[in-house]
Design a protein around this ligand. Structure first.
Ligand code: ARG
Length: 475
C-alpha cells in the first residue's frame, strides 16, 4: 500500500518499487515509529485537530499494534514500501479510514529522522555497556599482573622493560575514550527533529516542544530544514563504531601475536578458540582474528555514509534512505563481536615465566645506562654513545646487559660505577620509574584505581540512560 499516488495516473513500475522500497531493512524501526506516533497523536489532540474520542480510538489501535509488532503478530509484507506505510496499513486494518488521520502535521521526513535517533539512543546504551565491560575486564586482568615484568615494545622490538599490568591496562584507557565519545555523541544527538514536517514545520501541531521529554530528548531542533537533512548523528555514530573497531582490531592483533608459539605468552581459553579441520594440533585465535578483520567493515560503513552525504543539498533527498544499512550493519556486527571479545579477555591466561624471562632481553636496559650517566651530569648525547658501547660490548661477549659485572662496566667506561648495577636488573629498572604515568607497579596501580573509579561513574550514567529509554519505549 502506498502513502502517495493521488496525482499519479499509474503506479510505479515494479523495478522502481523494488529500487525504492526500504521495508527489508527499516522494519526494525517499527516500534520506534509507533512510539513517536503516539506522541504525535497527543499533539494533534491537544491542538484539537483530532477530537478526544477519535484520538482515544487511534491511541488504543497504536498501542495494540505496538504489542503485535513486538510479539511478531503483525509483520511487514512485500507490498509495503517502508516501515511507515506498513504501519499505516496496520492501523487502517484496525480503524478503516481513521487510520490515515495521523499523517496530518508530519511527514515521513521528520518521522524517519526521529525513528533512527530514538533507535540509536537506545542501542548506543547497550554498546556503551559492553565497551565498559571490556574496558573494566582489561583493568581487572591487569591487577593480577602488577608484579610481572615484561618487555615493552616499540617497532615490535624490545624497547624497555615494563610492568605487564601496564601493557594490559592500556586498552582500558583507549576504550575509556570511546565511552567519552559516546557521551559527547549523546549530548549532540538528543535534539528532537519531530515537528519539522517535510521541511517547513507544520501549522497543525503548534507545540512540538511537548514531545522532547517523552521521547527521551533534551531539546528541539532549531531549523526544520536542517532537522530533516541532518545525518551527522549517524556519521558520528559510525565513526565511533569505526574507532571502536580499530581498537578491537589492535587488541585482536596483539592477542594473535601473544598466542603464537613464537611468543607463547597467552593461552586463549578453549571456549574462545577454534580448531582446524585438517591439522589436529591447531588451536586458532579466531575471535582475535575476527576482531581484527571486522574493522574493515566498520570503516567501510562510515565511508559509505559520508560519500552519500557529500554534495547533498539540505532538506530530505531520497539518497538519505541509504543511511540505514551501514548503521544497522555496524551495530549488528558489534553486538556479534563484543561478547566473545569480552569473554576472551576475561578468560585469557598469561605465561608468567616466559614473559618475565624475556623482559631483560634485547638490551632493553640500555636506556638505564644513559639515564644513570645523565644523573651524573653527562650530556644525554654522550651518555647515549656510552650506553651504545655497552650494548656492543655485550654483543661481542654474547651476554645481556643484566649480566654485566662491575669489572665489565669500568672496562666499557670508567664513569660506569657499580651504583649502576641495580638499575641493570629489570625489577630495579622498573621500580625506578616511579613518576606518575611511568611504569613502576605503584604508578600503574594508582592509575588503574583511578580509571576503575571513573568506570563506576560511567556505569551509573549508563544505568540512568537505560532507565530513561525503557520509560520512553515502555519496556
Ligand atoms: N524510507 C524513507 C527513508 O528511509 C522514509 C522517508 C521517505 N520520505 C520521502 N519523502 N520519500 O528515508
Amino acid at each position: 500500500m502506498s502513502l502517495w499516488g493521488g496525482r499519479f495516473n499509474g503506479s510505479p513500475s515494479e523495478s522502481v518499487f523494488a529500487l525504492s522500497r526500504s521495508i527489508d531493512f527499516d522494519w526494525r524501526l517499527a516500534p520506534y515509529d509507533l512510539i513517536s506516533s503516539l506522541a504525535h497523536l497527543d499533539g494533534l489532540e491537544n491542538a484539537q485537530i483530532i477530537n478526544r474520542e477519535k484520538s482515544q480510538e487511534i491511541r488504543s489501535a497504536l498501542q495494540n499494534l505496538l504489542l503485535e509488532v513486538r510479539s511478531g503478530k503483525f509483520i511487514a509484507n512485500p507490498d509495503d514500501e517502508d516501515v511507515h506505510s506498513a504501519l499505516e496499513r496496520g492501523l487502517k486494518e484496525k480503524l478503516g479510514d481513521l487510520g490515515g488521520a495521523l499523517r496530518a502535521g508530519r511527514s515521513r521526513n521528520d518521522q524517519i529522522a526521529t525513528d533512527v535517533k530514538i533507535y540509536l539512543l537506545e542501542h548506543m546504551n547497550y554498546i556503551e555497556a559492553m565497551i565498559l565491560e571490556l574496558a573494566d575486564a582489561f583493568s581487572e586482568l591487569a591487577m593480577g599482573y602488577l608484579d610481572l615484568a615484561a618487555p615493552g615494545f616499540t617497532h615490535l622490538q624490545h624497547a624497555q622493560p615494563i610492568t605487564f599490568a601496564q601493557e594490559l591496562s592500556k586498552h582500558s584507557f583507549a576504550l575509556e575514550r570511546d565511552l567519552n565519545r559516546i557521551a559527547d555523541w549523546r549530548r549532540r544527538t538528543s535534539v528532537l527533529p519531530l515537528g519539522a514536517g517535510a521541511l517547513a514545520g507544520s501549522r497543525l501541531v503548534p507545540d512540538p516542544e511537548r514531545n522532547i521529554d517523552r521521547l527521551g530528548f533534551t531539546s528541539l531542533a532549531g531549523n526544520s530544514i536542517d532537522a530533516v537533512a541532518d545525518r551527522d548523528f549517524i556519521a558520528e555514530a559510525l565513526f565511533i563504531f569505526a574507532l571502536i573497531g580499530v581498537h578491537l582490531s589492535r587488541i585482536g592483533e596483539e592477542f594473535t601475536l601473544y598466542a603464537s608459539s613464537e611468543f607463547s605468552w597467552a593461552v586463549i581459553d578453549d571456549a574462545y578458540a577454534t580448531g582446524s579441520s585438517i591439522m589436529p594440533q591447531k588451536k586458532n585465535p579466531d575471535v582475535a582474528e575476527l576482531a581484527r578483520g571486522k574493522s574493515g567493515r566498520f570503516i567501510g560503513n562510515l565511508t559509505s555514509l559520508l560519500v552519500t552525504l557529500k554534495g547533498l543539498p539540505f532538506a530530505y533527498n531520497r539518497d538519505l534512505q541509504e543511511d540505514k544499512e551501514p548503521i544497522f550493519d555496524s551495530l549488528d556486527q558489534l553486538f556479534l563481536l563484543l561478547p566473545p571479545v569480552i569473554g576472551m579477555v576475561k578468560t585469557v591466561k598469561f605465561n608468567r615465566d616466559k614473559i618475565s624471562k624475556s623482559a631483560s632481553q634485547g638490551f632493553a636496559l640500555a636506556t638505564e645506562i644513559a639515564d644513570f650517566l645523565v644523573e651524573r651530569s653527562i650530556p644525554f648525547a654522550q651518555a647515549h654513545e656510552i650506553a651504545g658501547e655497552a650494548v656492543r660490548y655485550c654483543e661481542v661477549k654474547g651476554i645481556e646487559l643484566d649480566q654485566l659485572s662491575a669489572e665489565d662496566l669500568v672496562k666499557i667506561d670508567p664513569r660506569l660505577t657499580p651504583e649502576l648495577l641495580p638499575y641493570l636488573q629489570v625489577d630495579g629498572a622498573i621500580a625506578s620509574r616511579s613518576a606518575t604515568l611511568a611504569t613502576s607497579s605503584k604508578s600503574v596501580e594508582e592509575e588503574i584505581q583511578k580509571i576503575r573509579n571513573r568506570f563506576k561513574k560511567i556505569a551509573g550514567e549508563i544505568k540512568k540512560n537505560q532507565d530513561l529509554m525503557s520509560k520512553v519505549l515502555f519496556l
